[in-house]
Design a protein around this ligand. Structure first.
Ligand code: GLU
Length: 466
């Protein structure tokens, strides 16, 4: 079987969010060769910095492309803004074949026609007013300097049928489509025109994209057929929705990949969460890209909208943090935090991070608590500590002096001296030592807090009468 070639074809008009990252992921998993193409025909909104950002995001996610641009400098191989001559050739062929024609209808005329059709209960489509202008009339209007779009002549009796790899058999009647614009009056190409041409020229055999593009597909198939260009197979994946059921947007929880990276999400977490948004994998373990690829089956892509839930992302993040190698986890921590963790406690601190943190900023907080004197107790926490009374802390200092390196012995000593047990033992101790009522095991805290600091924190509560 010949290799399946897929592509990711972003328009660099903003940062990559979860929706397009998922399209890129499924495209990379669903083919043998993965192509990147930059659809920057919207010159006003496309920006080189977004190309650089999206390449960075793809590489960070591990989705490197086998064919495509290497840098953000536009080139005619992969940047549509530099491929105008190629599209011009195909416009010419269509015109020569009589399969495209210039349309001089003004936006106002089109709007009026649209309203008339709608008000008589018909779906709006181009009336065909310019479809049969005599050649000399076309020439005259061009000479007058009238602006023209280029329309594709849709064979009205044609029915476009194709098998969508996700959504099954699709059927669109030519007469429902109407002649559509493939080149705007300002000379710029319609997005779906160069998109289809490039898929054919780049040898793409499977187009995997969001279902919002489904209605472009019959048009694209007609264009390719008219030009005798090869047609890819199409797979339209369901959209992602937020917890309110509306398409995922900034408002209901979407975040850019850049933002997730800056918050400290691991790429494995993002990729594992996305891979399961609308695709079923057996097993619930964190998978690397080769395993995700091995388990990917286009028939397992669901048709119903996939619901994004940040708790799922955080679940995968937890697995990624727990599974991270020491060195990876160490460098994931912020530099300021690495600077305060003593060498002797590095391994212990990383253990603590694995079982207590999802993000570097949580590790920052624990490093400050354990290895600096910056400890602030909120009033309610201080009240919990205070409630144990002075005798408890005097007993704790005694017990700590007796068993500085053995938490179990310290605890036994404290119990014996103070008579406290259960939460009356643990909560005040936690409160006084960490400024918090939950967190890492006390044994670890006891081991990592340097002893003079530990004594000072206990001593804070020994002069309650003062
Ligand atoms: N540039 C288009 C987009 O970003 C690509 C659509 C497609 O994948 O065909 O939506």
């Amino acid at each position: 079987m010949s290799p399946i070639k897929t592509r990711f074809a972003p328009s660099p008009t903003g940062l990559i969010h979860l929706g397009n990252a998922r399209t890129a992921l499924f495209s990379a998993l669903g083919g043998d060769v993965f192509v990147l193409r930059i659809e920057d025909t919207d010159l006003e909104r496309s920006r080189a910095e977004f190309v650089a950002e999206l390449m960075n995001d793809l590489r960070w996610l591990g989705l490197d492309w086998q064919e495509g641009p290497r840098g953000a400098e536009p080139d005619p191989d992969w940047y549509q803004s530099r491929r105008g001559e190629i599209y011009a050739t195909y416009y010419r062929i269509l015109e020569e074949k009589g399969l495209a024609y210039p349309c001089f209808c003004t936006p106002l005329e089109l709007e009026v026609s649209r309203k008339v059709q709608l008000s008589s209960g018909r779906p709006p489509r181009y009336s065909g007013r310019c479809a049969h202008l005599p050649a000399d009339e076309v020439r005259r209007r061009h000479e007058e300097g009238l602006a023209a779009t280029l329309r594709f002549r849709v064979p009205k009796d044609r029915v476009v049928e194709f098998e969508d790899e996700v959504r099954g058999p699709q059927r669109f009647a030519g007469e429902d489509i109407g002649d559509f614009i493939i080149r705007r009056a300002d000379g710029s190409p319609a997005f779906f025109f160069c998109n289809a041409i490039d898929d054919a020229l780049m040898g793409i055999t499977r187009v995997l994209r969001g279902e919002d593009h489904l209605t472009n597909t019959p048009r694209q198939l007609m264009i390719l057929a008219a030009l005798d260009l090869p047609q890819p197979r199409y797979a339209h994946i369901s959209l992602i929705v937020g917890d309110d059921g509306a398409p995922l947007s900034k408002r209901n929880g979407s975040r850019s990949i850049k933002q997730l990276r800056e918050e400290g999400y691991f790429p494995e977490a993002v990729v594992n969460m996305l891979a399961r948004l609308g695709h079923h994998y057996d097993g619930a373990e964190l998978l690397g890209l080769p395993a995700l690829r091995a388990g990917f089956d286009i028939r397992r892509l669901g048709r119903s909208p996939a619901r994004f839930d940040v708790s799922h992302l955080d679940h995968w993040q937890g697995l990624a943090v727990r599974g991270a190698a020491d060195d990876t986890l160490w460098h994931w921590l912020h530099a300021e935090t690495r600077a305060v963790v003593p060498d002797a406690h590095r391994a212990g601190f990383l253990d603590l991070v694995r079982s207590n943190c999802l993000f570097p900023k949580q590790a920052d907080a624990w490093a400050r608590i354990l290895f600096t004197d910056e400890l602030e107790l909120a009033a309610d926490i201080a009240a919990v500590a205070q409630a144990a009374g002075e005798a408890f802390y005097l007993a704790a200092i005694d017990a700590a002096t007796e068993s500085p390196d053995d938490f179990a012995a310290f605890l036994a000593g404290l119990k014996r001296r103070s008579g406290a047990k259960g939460k009356h033992l643990f909560l005040p101790l936690r409160a006084a030592l960490t400024g918090s009522l939950d967190g890492p095991e006390l044994a670890k805290i006891y081991q990592m807090l340097d002893k003079p600091r530990l004594h000072r924190r206990l001593a804070e509560f020994t002069y309650e009468s003062e």
